[in-house]
Every structure is written in C-alpha cells, then in structure tokens.
Design a protein around this ligand. Structure first.
Ligand code: HEM
Length: 342
C-alpha cells in the first residue's frame, strides 16, 4: 500500500476456520421492515462482540448475506456486479431448488453451540415480527470433520493466502473485499447409502473413506463428486471455493443432512460446479452423490464488508416526479437536495 491510500474495507469473517458448531438462519424481510433489517445488520458486529467476548477462545463469528431482491429494498444504489438470484439447475434425473423470498442469511460459527444460539436469539429479538423465518438449521462437527455419509468433508479447501484469493472480490473492483455465498440444504437417503459397500461409496465421492486419500484418476469415475467439482479457468488454473459444510439431523425423524455452504469471489464458480453436479459434464454424467442426496433449499447472497454493513452509504435520491406533475418553474428541487446532503 502507498502512503495516503485508503485502508481497504474490512471483510466479514468469511474465512473463519471450520468450527464444532454452526447455525444457518434464512429469513424473508417483511414488506415495510427494510429499515429494521438494515439497523440490525449495522449492529451485528456489536452483538457478536457482546456474546463472543465472554469466551473469546470459542471463535464466535456471524456472517450476513443479502439476496439480490433484498439488496435493492434495503440498500438501493449501486449493486454488487454478480449479485443475482441463484438459477435452477436441471438435469435428466436431478433438479436443484431455489428458495423463494430468501432475503437474508446468517451463518453463525463457534466452537460452542450455546454461543451461536445466544447470538441467534439476540438477532431474532431484533427481527421478530419483521421477518418470516424460512429455514433454521443447527449443524455439528461429526467426528473428524465427517459428513453424515461418513466421509471427511472440507479437505481440499484453500488454505493460507489462497483463502482470501478464492473468496474476496478483488481490490481493483467495485465492492472489493465483499464475497458471495451459496447455500443448499441436503437430506440424505441413508438406507440407500448404507446399502452400498464401502468401495462403492468411495467411487461416489472419489476419495478413500477411512484415510480420506484421493483415488487415482484412473480409478476415479467421471461421475464421482470430486471429479465433477474440480473446475479450472481458461488457463487451466483450478478455481477454489471455501466450503464450511455442516452435518445436521434428527435420527428420530429419520433426518440426516448436509448443509452445504460455499463462499466465493464469483458465483459463476459455484454455479459451474452445480451445473456439473446436476446436469453433468458431459451432460448426463451427473454427480452420483445426488442419487443419495436431495436439495431442499438453495440461495445466493452477497456478503458485504463489515465496514459496509456497519455504515452503509446513503441510498441515492428518489427520481424526481415527472416535470408535468409540478407547475413549471415552481420546484426548487429541495427534496432531492436534502436527501443528498448529510
Ligand atoms: C469435496 C461432500 C455438496 C463442492 C467434497 C468431499 C466431500 C464432499 C466428502 C471430499 C473432501 C473435500 O475435499 O472436502 C459433499 C456433500 C455434499 C456436497 C455430502 C452435499 C450433499 C457440494 C456442492 C458443491 C461441492 C453443492 C458445489 C456446488 C465441492 C468441492 C470439493 C468437494 C469444490 C473439492 C474438490 C477437490 O478439489 O477435490 N465434498 N459435498 N460439494 N465438494 Fe462437496
């Protein structure tokens, strides 16, 4: 950085490490409650400090994401370049899901579920009556970071400098240091999965179950999960995302799930992965994991920087009413003048 340059904005805790516990909360902001949502988002870091400082070693973080539709309602003004609604991916056999009205995502992480629970309670104290809760999932660490299918999940995540390179919008672009996040809640057909031998399960994932070692390319089927999710740019560079998937479930209700969450600097990367999974690459060679895993939600959000959330810019002035609406020469344009000064 050159002397005199502005400090780059502070990202939210997107790249926080995998924790033992997480809560995923997805809400729709009721009509007329935009300011309530905006105020809560501005106070989120303070609420996180209030809960997290009481056990600083537990690493409590909360990342908030805002959907395309909610962005215009809550902030207005310029939009993050790649913010849009998540498309549906539809292949011969499997189709993804998009959750209508998913306006805000809160991703809470800590080594202790009680801290996530407390912070979520404070968030809901502020939002209750102003939002409709669409989905709420408590995730947990399962043994050595395994999913409920029994495989270690998260191994090939980027590390070190690679994390920010994968997840933060570049500094020479507008909305720099923001991020994008895609979530999907999957439920697994455990009876069908457990009917497979361990060797058959390894062919579905593309890694060994016990050791977590990747299968050699000549043994890895083209429809293995990791074969379809390693994608590259035009120059052959691998395009990473940061996944923080969590198992969840209620065995008493025969519910066994994986909450997929992926952070990226460009949603096009995750969308390519989803296309490979659902449509197949080549089309028809879809991800075998989908024969045992069904998505029940899906949404894309922009993750503004912490600085933006805390002190968002003023929304641009409303457009002037058409000239014919006011008698010629009588408008001083004071309304717009007032809005642009602060
Ligand atoms: C890798 C599980 C959904 C992207 C893996 C691995 C497992 C796994 C066990 C191998 C270990 C690792 O590197 O983490 C699951 C489960 C899912 C799921 C149980 C839900 C049913 C998704 C989705 C995406 C995705 C929806 C992207 C849209 C990836 C990527 C890798 C990976 C990029 C690493 C590939 C590599 O570099 O080797 N997943 N996954 N996964 N998954 Fe998933």
């Amino acid at each position: 950085m050159q002397a005199g340059d502005l400090e780059p904005p502070e990202p939210q805790a997107v790249s926080a490490p995998l924790t033992r516990a997480a809560i995923f909360l997805m809400v729709q902001v009721d009509a007329g409650a935009e300011q309530t949502a905006k105020d809560l988002l501005a106070d989120l870091a303070g609420l996180q400090r209030a809960v997290g400082f009481r056990d600083a070693g537990a690493g409590l973080t909360c990342v908030a994401g805002i959907s395309s539709a909610a962005w215009d309602r809550i902030y207005g003004g310029p939009r993050p370049a790649e913010l849009h609604e998540l498309p549906v991916f539809s292949g011969e056999k499997h189709t993804s899901v998009v959750t209508a009205g998913a306006d805000l995502l809160f991703h809470l992480r800590a080594e202790r579920l009680d801290l996530c629970f407390e912070l979520e309670s404070l968030i809901m104290d502020r939002l209750r009556g102003s939002v409709t809760v669409l989905d709420e999932v408590q995730g947990f660490r399962y043994f050595d970071a395994r999913d409920v299918l029994g495989f270690v999940d998260g191994t090939e995540n980027p590390t070190g400098n690679g994390v920010n390179q994968a997840v933060l919008v570049d500094d020479d672009e507008p909305f720099n240091r923001g991020s994008y996040v895609v979530v999907q809640k999957y439920l697994h057909d455990m009876a069908a999965w457990n009917a497979l031998t361990t060797e058959q399960q390894e062919l579905v994932i593309g890694r060994r179950k016990l050791s977590d070692v990747e299968m050699p390319d000549e043994e890895k089927p083209a429809d293995a999960h990791i074969a379809l999710n390693v994608i590259t740019d035009d120059e052959g560079n691998e395009l990473d995302i940061l996944r923080d998937n969590m198992p969840f479930g209620r065995p008493g209700h025969d519910e066994f799930g994986t909450y997929f969450i992926g952070y990226t600097k460009s949603p096009a990367v995750i969308e390519k992965m989803l296309e490979n999974m659902f449509v197949g690459s080549p089309p028809g060679t879809y991800d075998r994991i989908l024969d045992f895993s069904t998505p029940h939600t899906g949404a894309l959000f922009y993750v503004p920087t912490a600085d933006f959330l805390e002190d968002p810019p003023d929304a641009p002035p409303e457009p002037e009413p058409p000239a014919a609406a006011t008698p010629a020469g009588t408008s001083l344009g004071i309304g717009s003048l007032r809005r642009s000064i602060r």
